[in-house]
Design a binder for this molecule. Structure first.
Ligand code: 4AD
Ligand code: MG
Length: 431
């Protein structure tokens, strides 16, 4: 009998097939027993009628426990009430791997630490599958978006010698070369690639030894960083708007069932269309002070500030042109106000905070060199980066979109830890 995945059952109606998977529920009336099987592609209700099978099979069925792996054979029948629209009339059952009664995750409330300690098993829940499918959809959508626009994907190194951002660094000894740092960003390499190939993006893991235990910080997260030759700050924001609107639209059209599984308010996502709101940093500070925040001009915005700002709108908000001292060394000085730089943070609605950080890059050799010196960075490690301004400098801009923050917002997750299969946080390195 042919092995079939649950997602492929629609073309098997009326046929006899074998399905393999894990037991998620069992119940019996004494005459008819029901089992719901999970194989990762869907759920399948399996029905056993006592009088239709051997006493020995009925007995085996009665002993099934949560998460036992089995193979069940029988006839596929269309049934509108069953999950997925089909059920299996069981004629045979093989137990592949027993699952003792102490399976840790039971149908009851578990604390978050317990669930995270059992993340390897927690992934089996419908909620975690829904999140993983949306993550997968978004990853694919990001590749499609850039591919259609003729961007080249560049894989940048994870072991690096130079620092890209101000946040904490993980370092490790690297033979005779001194310390290597786990990449906080692929951007500096992305800029070299943009000078070579025009329009590029990176898609990779990034690492930040942040001692913050917030719901928005992971120590290892995935970031996508486009970098475009000849784009200025405004072009950069238009690209961000297009990407983010596309990602939301695509999830709504391809992963609606998963959004419903997560009880996401779809109307909130349906209003995500360009143009997004644009606020100058100064305007954002005025708005914040009217709302009682104590943040003053010159400071970066905190999570609470971001929530206060987005509460005014039902679309993402760009906060543009921050003071120099609040941002990284590579951002271009704003000709209209040299106290500031040409940059933007994109804040997601509903209090999800910054999902993108972007900027036009400093293309003036002297100014960039001075910023590196002022920030007390090791100039020698940045000589190659300065070469991009020595040899044919060019206007260019790019941004980094945090994958887990985007997933958390689109899925409506309260914390980033569920947006990745095995989250890494300050106090979590296992499993
Ligand atoms: O704003 P950030 O630090 O910008 C950069 O790294 C630039 N090099 C990007 C660029 O211009 N190419 O980080 C970009 C995004 C943030 O907006 C956020 O979504 C995400 O990366 N991010 C984190 N996500 C999870 N955990 C953390 N600790 C994060 N830090 C940043
Ligand atoms: Mg940022």
């Amino acid at each position: 009998m042919a092995f079939v995945r649950i997602s492929g059952l629609s073309s098997e109606a009326g046929k006899n097939v074998t399905v393999r998977g894990w037991v998620t529920t069992v119940r019996s009336s004494g005459k008819v027993a029901f089992l719901v099987l999970r194989d990762g592609t869907g759920l399948l209700q399996c029905v056993v009628v006592k009088t239709a099978v051997s006493p020995e099979l009925w007995e085996r069925f009665a002993q099934l426990t949560l998460e036992t792996s089995i193979a069940v054979s029988g006839e596929v029948r269309a049934d509108a009430r069953a999950p997925g629209g089909f059920e299996l009339g069981v004629s045979d059952l093989t137990i592949i791997g027993a699952s003792p009664l102490d399976y840790p995750i039971q149908p009851k409330e578990h604390g978050i630490d317990f669930l995270l300690d059992h993340r390897h098993l927690w992934l089996r829940s419908p909620r975690q599958r829904a999140i993983a499918s949306i993550r997968n959809e978004l990853e694919q959508a990001i590749h499609d978006f850039f591919y259609e626009r003729q961007f080249l994907r560049v894989d940048t190194p994870i072991l690096t010698a130079a620092i890209g951002e101000r946040s904490g660094l993980f370092s490790t000894e690297y033979f005779d070369e001194g310390n290597a740092y786990l990449a906080q960003t692929g951007q500096l390499y992305g800029e070299a690639a943009a000078a070579a190939w025009g329009k590029i993006y990176t898609f990779g893991p990034t690492f930040r030894a942040e001692k913050s235990k917030t719901r928005r910080h992971l120590t290892e997260f995935w970031m996508i960083e486009p970098e475009v030759a000849w784009n200025d700050s405004n072009d950069n924001m238009v690209l961000q708007e297009e990407l983010v609107s596309y990602l939301v639209r695509r999830t709504l059209s391809n992963r609606r069932a998963e959004l419903v599984e997560l009880e996401r308010d779809l109307s909130k996502l349906e209003s995500i269309k360009p143009p997004f709101v644009r606020l100058d940093y100064g305007e954002a500070i005025d708005l914040l002070r009217r709302k009682g925040s104590t943040t003053t001009w010159g400071e970066d915005l905190g999570a609470e500030d971001e929530s206060l700002i987005v509460a005014e709108y039902d679309k993402p908000v760009f906060v543009m042109n921050y003071p120099k001292e609040a941002k990284a060394f590579y951002m271009k000085e704003n000709p209209a106000d040299p106290r500031t730089v040409l940059c933007d943070d994109l804040l997601a609605p509903e209090g999800y905070g910054e999902i993108i950080g972007g900027s036009q890059r400093e293309d003036d050799y002297e100014k960039l060199r001075q910023r590196i010196v002022d920030e007390r960075l090791d100039l020698a490690s940045y000589e190659w980066y300065l070469d991009l301004r020595r040899y044919g400098t060019f206007v260019h801009a790019g941004f980094g979109i945090g994958l887990e923050r985007t997933i958390a917002w689109i899925c409506g997750l309260p914390h980033l830890r569920e947006a990745i299969a095995f989250p890494r946080m300050m106090h979590r390195l296992k499993p």
